[in-house]
Design a protein. Sequence first.
Length: 456
Amino acid sequence: MTVAEETEVTLAVGQQKDLPATPDAAGRHTDREMHAILEIGVRSPDGAEHTGAPPPGTGPALAEVLIVDTSRSMLHPAAKLRAAKDATVAAVRMLPDGTAFAVLSGRFDATVVHPGPGHPVLAVAGPAEREAAERAVRILDADSGTAIGTWLELARRLLKDQPAPVKHVLLLTDGRNEHDHRSSRPLDAVLDACAGQFVCDAWGIGDDWDAELLLGITRRLHGHAGAVRDVSELPSVYEELMAGLLGTSVPELRIRLTPTPGTVIRQVTQVVPNEQELQPVPAGSGGRAAEYVTRAWGDEVRHFQVVLTADPTGRERGEELQLAAVEIVVPDVRRPVRLPPPRPILVRWTDNPFDASRQHPGVRRHELYQQASAAVAQAYRAWLRGADGRDAADRELARALLLAAELDDAQLLGALRLIEAGPGTGRVRPGLKDVDWQHLILSSALTTPPEQPKAA
């Protein structure tokens, strides 16, 4: 096997190494926070194409559950339900032979549309199963209300015993989780049970979906939230999503952090392409290491922010000392993978307040995104108050525009300008609908790395 035939994983650590070693105003030595940005990339061999078909000698790479909202509101207008059917069929047609899958209908409760009610296991994709699933989807009707917890709970039970390394749910809704009380347990409790069991992408359609609901689901289940402005766009969106899933290069990638004695891991958060807090899992028996699981990597780069604390008491000044080691682990190696060597997160204790005040650009960028997202949320809440909140909405929109400009994020700037009354006004456009703000809230949750300087 040559290097050119291997999938390559890369790892770079970015940080401002200097931290203050001087005591605080009360003369106490307190723990100091070190923030580091991990830039992790996955790149397939040149010219390689992943079709979703497993390599010889392995099982299917993907197990898929497609959830269609069939509450009564999907008939108003009926074009929403038609688009949902078309999109679901498009996704089913793309499933490679041997892929485990199911289609669920979501209302107050959830039912298995295919392979059919009462089936405890998923269907296995093949020509006959795909055609049967399409027939079942085409006759779907809509009625009753929305209790999303019941939908995800059924998906969890169906995927629980699946051996595929990528277990994925694609959820579509046109509304809000208004009937959560009809579920056997609250949505938050269902999300706790589902966390780590599968990845979930959640999409909105129509004019009455809730961006914070979609983001709450996808942040807990490590997926992406999105929405279509025109229902006719949904089938092509689903095809793009499935193509991305079937192009998975690395089903599971773990970030292993091993702190040195006296160092504590406080937080690990994905910050690009969206924000997701990661929870630690034990890294083998004994030892100080913890692992943070990420899934479904295509050819892409993601950024993660690591926060560590350490006490400078008794430490040498001016020397680079290791706080933790970062290692990449790929537990399910279905194709040859070349991993990077471990990298250190370092600290240099200093008595120079200027050195200690500097901030790594990646950490600053994450802070700016958090501020921009908060400004959008505050502008929306002010807009909901009508005339009483108009000035506050304008003020927060103007602040979000300034932050987007500082970030040089064209996507966010474009989304904000759809809300702005006119270029450069910094005022909210009259005549907006609630759904316009929902699209903006989703856009403000997307993040990008800084542009790399072009080679001379």
